[in-house]
Design a protein around this ligand. Structure first.
Ligand SMILES: Cc1cc2nc3c(=O)[nH]c(=O)nc-3n(C[C@H](O)[C@H](O)[C@H](O)COP(=O)(O)OP(=O)(O)OC[C@H]3O[C@@H](n4cnc5c(N)ncnc54)[C@H](O)[C@@H]3O)c2cc1C
Length: 473
């Protein structure tokens, strides 16, 4: 390699291990630096929660990189414009890992053009995915729209090419800086400071991510199929924000799972969820129109309702349906929400309130720490019935029964909706049914201290089905 210096453009890659671009740069160059580019355009009105995660990731990763004599530089602005500043005369080679999303691919193409025009040496690697979407197709070369056959083929494609041994990031002799000045890391933080609370729940680092993965393997995966649906139990991995920001590569999760001796139903179920993530990525890349609208076009005429009051009640967790409110409050407080509850709150928004799934997608995009375009858009369309292999629109979750089934003793609700903490279990998912005397005995007035349901379940269900009829006729 004729260039002595290398620059690694960090994106969703806050890890030392299993980081192809970083490994390659440290193996092939004497001196290496890294750059994170914060492009404010990507955060206009969105991804506020993730700015908190990125800020802490930068702080922690800078320290880890330092142990390898690698610096981390933060630049603010447009990626192509910034990367162009690497002068040919400086003889710096540029490396990065891809992000498997259509918008990011567009961005990469623009950057590649600029780099070529400026004679800058570069190379890029597969992103945080098992297989690139083009590798997994039906026999006739067309994309899958149904999960089970997709995953059967996708697993096999990956198994056929699992890398045998991975090289490691190498320590360098001396630190270098490529850019004249680096911005202060706090530039990344959002303006609002509601995110302060996240510190109680999360540590955005590779070390913590490894612990989360170990915990999954040692304590959770064996019973995953039994516990994953109960929000009061920590039955799922909670690895999603680490995976989104690349504190862990999905290949590492896969390999760690494969090393388990007892490959029981829990193991299988968990690995399938990793498969759903692959499926979502395949969908948005093959059908990028999904990012803007319904995959199933018949939904384009669905009579959605615009109702700011209901939307606000949903966001703030004051709908009067306790499991919905608990979920939305968990989200706002922690930047994360349990999968079962994501389905319940999602269904409530698009079916009981008949508000467009795009509103839900937008709110999640802003508040979820694990937001990723593929999973979020595909899951919202799954919930609304307008996506691939989706839950049919006419199957409407009853939030009362969902609560009684998956939060039987009301532990989850009582934790997130403390107004209801003394409500007898019998009424915890239908508090409006308590008579005056019962309400008095537990010191609550429904309609004053906690809202009455904003819509009646039976009526809302009927109206949703009527609306659905309109698009199927
Ligand atoms: C309306 C809605 C919006 C969602 N938005 C997102 C999002 O923006 N980002 C996101 O990562 N997930 C999203 N999901 C999927 C899922 O809820 C989360 O991945 C999961 O709750 C994360 O928690 P965990 O890491 O404990 O999951 P685990 O159950 O431990 O699963 C492990 C990993 O598998 C993947 N996974 C699990 N369930 C799904 C699924 N249904 N679809 C795709 N991948 C899955 C995730 O990467 C997850 O981290 C959404 C689901 C719904 C219903």
């Amino acid at each position: 390699m004729e260039n002595k210096k290398a620059l690694v453009w960090l994106r969703d890659d806050f890890r030392i291990n299993h980081n192809s671009a970083l490994v390659y740069a440290t193996e092939n160059h004497e001196q290496v630096s890294t750059v994170y580019i914060f492009n404010p355009e990507d955060y206009e009105d969105k991804r506020e929660a993730q700015r908190w995660w990125i800020y802490h990731s930068l702080i922690n990763f800078k320290q880890e990189l330092s142990k390898f004599n690698i610096s981390l530089e933060l630049l603010v602005g447009d990626e192509a414009h910034i990367l162009k500043k690497i002068k040919t005369a400086d003889k710096v080679s540029l490396y990065w890992n891809k992000i498997p999303e259509p918008e990011e691919e567009k961005k990469e193409k623009k950057i590649i053009k600029t780099l070529e025009e400026n004679n800058i040496n570069f190379k890029f690697f597969k992103g945080n995915i098992l297989s690139e979407y083009k590798e997994v197709t039906k026999n006739d070369g067309t994309p899958f729209k149904v999960f089970t056959p997709f995953w059967r083929v996708a697993e096999q494609v990956y198994l056929n090419k699992v890398p045998s041994k991975k090289s490691k990031t190498k320590k360098k002799n001396k630190k270098i800086f490529i850019f004249k000045e680096s911005s202060d890391l706090s530039k990344v933080l959002p303006n609002k400071n509601w995110f302060k609370k996240f510190e109680k729940y999360w540590t955005p680092s590779e070390i913590k991510s490894d612990k989360v993965l170990n915990d999954l393997i040692e304590k959770k995966i064996g019973n995953y199929h039994k516990t994953r649906d109960y929000p009061s139990i920590e039955g799922t991995s909670k690895i999603s924000p680490y995976l989104k920001h690349g504190q862990v590569h999905v290949e590492k999760i896969w390999e760690t799972c494969q090393n388990i001796k007892n490959k029981n139903t829990g193991f299988r179920k968990f690995v399938n969820e990793i498969g759903w993530r692959e499926f979502s990525h395949s969908l948005i890349n093959y059908f990028p129109q999904m990012l803007k609208g319904n995959l199933r076009k018949e939904f384009d005429t669905f009579p959605w309702v615009e109702n700011k009051k209901y939307l606000e009640a949903w966001k703030r967790g004051i709908t009067g349906y306790s499991i919905v409110d608990a979920g939305m409050r968990e989200l706002y407080e922690t930047g994360w929400i349990h999968n079962r509850v994501r389905m319940i709150v999602g269904s409530f928004l698009v079916k009981h309130l008949r508000i467009h799934w795009k509103e839900g997608e937008k709110y999640f995009r802003n508040t979820l720490l694990d937001f990723n375009v593929a999973n979020n858009v595909a899951s919202w369309q799954w919930v609304a019935g307008c996506g691939a292999d989706a839950a049919p629109y006419f199957r409407i979750f009853n939030p009362i029964l969902q609560g009684e089934k998956f939060d039987k003793d009301g532990k989850y609700v009582k934790h997130w909706v403390p107004e209801l903490k003394n409500v007898p279990t019998k009424f915890i998912h239908r508090p409006w049914e308590m008579d005056d005397e019962t309400q008095k005995s537990v010191n609550i007035k429904i309609g004053k201290d906690y809202p009455l349901p904003i819509v009646d379940h039976a009526k809302a269900r009927e109206q949703a089905l009527k609306a659905f009829d309109k698009i199927t006729k």
